[in-house]
Design a protein. Sequence first.
Length: 206
Amino acid sequence: MGDFRGKRYGEVLLVSMGTDSGDGPQATVYNTFGLNDCPAELWSKLDADALAKSHGAAAALLNGPRYWLMDSVEKHSAGQPEIATFGGIDMVRQATVMLTSMNPAPYRPNTVTRNAAFVFNSGEPVFELVDPAGRQWVMQTWSQIVDPTLAYEDLAGLATRLSLPDRWCYRARVLDEDLRIDTTNQAAQVLQDDLTNSYSLVSEPS
């Protein structure tokens, strides 16, 4: 599927608590993309506590509105998509997230099983974090959760706004070849900055 960059969406995460083996909370992720554009008048009325109760979850987390930054996604799903309705908004089940906590801290990765590949096209800008180990994290979505006015045009200058941990850096660059993050057969590592923009791990340092 192509034509993702700049498209608006929202997510509801239904959380179940960990088992006695010590696992942390796990969330099933439902996403509006492909069904609707997360209509503001309905999204603003969602009640997380009521959604958790009606869907038999320990908690519900509202994640949006957000906007995609990859240009296309390769995803092969088996069977019919599972669609659920939250406050009048249809969403499709997309992923499972192992949360580090019910309120994960910025710059701390979570493990996401999404069985997909994200493609960023050559010639397009990307926005990245580089951690102290030299690993690259590419922004996959920008968020209007903390700053409702944050726009695509603002992303190149975020280095002056983020409260980066020691020895982390933020950069913007234009790709000279396609960037493909393939987590079709392995879990993705995803973190957020302090504006709740989301990033995927690109690579280990060479």
